[in-house]
Design a protein around this ligand. Structure first.
Ligand SMILES: *Cc1c(COP(=O)(O)O)cnc(C)c1O
Length: 426
């Protein structure tokens, strides 16, 4: 599908029915698959023939969606998982084991901070957080011979820092490790990290990709470009896998070594599989992703401009506002728009923020972002409440920060709702 433009892939990618087959991607609601011979099934188990054996590992509906997403990002393969959390866990776990470490930008999603700093630490994998403004020297000093990856979000949730992908990619590559980019907020419609040197991309598909707040899901995409054999850092990919009597992923699967191992080893052992029904709904979302992202960005830009001029707003953070600290990076990496999420502070701090939120009539207070409906959240008291004050600052979040996910309703209705809520704030 690589010859089609992104917008076309959103609609046509992943599923091409043959003569007489259903026009729309069917839901293969089956855990298992029938084969004519034990020998054929044996070949599947030995990874010598392509095909499905068990839905924990693969399923035709899920596979179609994986193929569409791989095309959208320009990768060689994708693996859908049951959540964005599972995607980021698998992305690291696939190339790091107890005793290894990896480097992550500190201003990332709170759930990922917990995953990296608490749960993965218990697994013996150490995260080394780095502040977005760190110098090359400070970054270089964090690497050692057990460092296995660098991780960042293309647009940080909710700090909205834009990742200088080229810079972190070249730093990672200098030290012989891949750059993993969580591209949840821009989606491949607005940014394709592989074009700037990233090696692995992850998403919480729960957000814009689904777009309707219906299914929790995640995905990992492999660019196929990282050389796992150089430097002897990734024996799990370059040496025989005992659990597959001797498969060598780099030898047997070439550029798809990383994504194949994630599926046949990690997903086989850990589970965290998406459901066929969930994949079907995700596919429906993907079919309109390009249209929705355009409207999300248009609306967010207008809301940001409205808030910037409002006397009851102390600050507005939206990377495509001129004067924003991320403006130049956004122009480089996200020339067609950043995402629909903006953040701002209401004059009067925490209390005023809560009053504003409670006064909204259309925009809903929910623990979610990035779907068709406008919604708001106060991270310090919800998604990020497990973080310490220090971690909050590292994640770029103040106590007064309101995160607004601007939906695709008519812009006049969105602004009218915000304006009337601000009138309630004294
Ligand atoms: C929501 C989110 C996640 C976690 O994804 P879930 O689908 O909720 O598990 C990871 N990264 C980013 C940037 C997110 O916004």
């Amino acid at each position: 599908m690589n010859h089609y433009k992104t917008e076309t892939v959103c609609i046509q990618g992943g599923y091409q029915p043959k003569n007489g087959e259903p026009r729309v991607l069917p839901i293969y609601q089956s855990t298992t698959y029938k084969y004519d011979s034990a020998e054929h099934l044996g070949k599947l188990f030995d990874l010598q023939a392509p095909g499905h054996m068990y839905t924990r590992i693969s399923n035709p509906t899920v596979e179609a969606v994986e193929s569409k997403i791989a095309d959208l990002e320009g990768g060689v393969g994708a693996l859908c998982l049951s959540s964005g959390q599972a995607a980021n866990l698998f992305a690291i776990l696939n190339i790091a084991k107890s005793g290894d470490n990896f480097i992550s930008i500190s201003s990332i999603y709170g759930g990922t901070v917990n995953l990296f700093a608490v749960t993965m630490k218990k697994m013996g994998i150490e995260v080394r957080f780095v502040r977005p403004g760190s110098t090359d020297e400070e970054l270089d000093a964090l690497f050692d011979d057990r460092t296995r990856a660098v991780f960042g979000e293309s647009v940080a949730n909710p700090a909205l820092d834009v990742l200088d992908i080229e810079r972190y990619a070249s730093l990672a590559h200098k030290h012989g490790v891949p750059l993993i980019v969580d591209n949840t907020f821009p989606t491949p419609i607005l940014c394709r990290p592989f074009e700037f040197g990233a090696d692995i991309v992850t998403h919480s598909t729960t957000k814009y990709m689904d777009g309707h707040a219906q299914v929790v899901g995640g995905v990992i995409i492999d660019s196929g470009r990282f050389d796992w054999s150089a430097g002897n850092k990734y024996p799990e990919l370059t040496e025989p896998d005992e659990s597959y009597h001797g498969v060598v992923y780099t030898r047997d699967f070439g550029t798809a070594a990383y994504i194949t191992k994630a599926r046949v080893q990690l997903l086989r052992d850990v589970g965290a599989s998406p459901s066929p029904m969930g994949a079907y709904l995700l596919n429906l979302g993907l079919e309109t992703l390009h249209l929705r992202m355009e409207r999300h960005c248009d609306n967010a830009q207008k809301v940001a401009e409205f808030l910037e001029k409002h006397e009851k707003i102390s600050w507005v953070n939206y990377p495509s506002l001129p004067g924003n600290s991320q403006y130049e990076l956004a122009r480089k990496y996200l020339p067609n728009g950043v995402c629909g999420v903006i953040s701002f502070g209401v004059v009067g701090g925490r209390e005023a923020a809560v009053r504003f939120m409670d006064s909204l009539k259309m925009a809903a207070v929910v623990v979610h972002v990035a779907d068709a409906r406008t919604c708001v959240l106060h991270p310090a008291s919800t998604t990020h409440r497990q973080l310490t004050d220090r971690q909050l600052i590292d994640a770029g979040i103040g106590a007064d920060l309101i995160r607004m996910s601007v939906g695709i309703e008519h812009i006049e209705d969105i602004i009218a709702d915000i304006a009337q809520a601000l009138e309630q704030v004294s």
